[in-house]
Design a protein around this ligand. Structure first.
Ligand code: ZN
Ligand code: ZN
Length: 72
C-alpha cells in the first residue's frame, strides 16, 4: 500500500463519517435546531414557546424527526 492509497482511504473514511453524522442545522418545519427535537416528544423549543405564550409560537409542537441520532 502506498501513502496515496492511505490518504485516499482516510478521505473515504471521513466522507463516510460525515454521511452518518450530519448533525448540525435546523428543522425545515419550525426552524429550530435539530438537537431540540426529541424522538418521542417532538421539538422542545416549540413546546417552550407555546407554554410561555411567545408571540411567534407555533400552533402545535413540531413532530418532525431529526435526520439522525441527536442524543448520544
Ligand atoms: Zn421542528
Ligand atoms: Zn421547533
Amino acid at each position: 500500500m502506498t501513502w496515496t492509497d492511505r490518504v485516499a482511504e482516510r478521505y473515504r473514511e471521513l466522507m463516510r463519517r460525515r454521511a452518518t453524522h450530519p448533525f448540525s442545522g435546523v428543522c425545515a418545519e419550525c426552524r429550530h435546531d435539530w438537537r431540540e427535537h426529541l424522538p418521542d416528544q417532538g421539538c422542545s423549543e416549540c413546546r417552550y414557546e407555546i407554554d410561555h405564550g411567545e408571540p411567534d409560537a407555533p400552533s402545535t409542537v413540531c413532530a418532525a424527526q431529526a435526520p439522525g441520532h441527536t442524543f448520544p
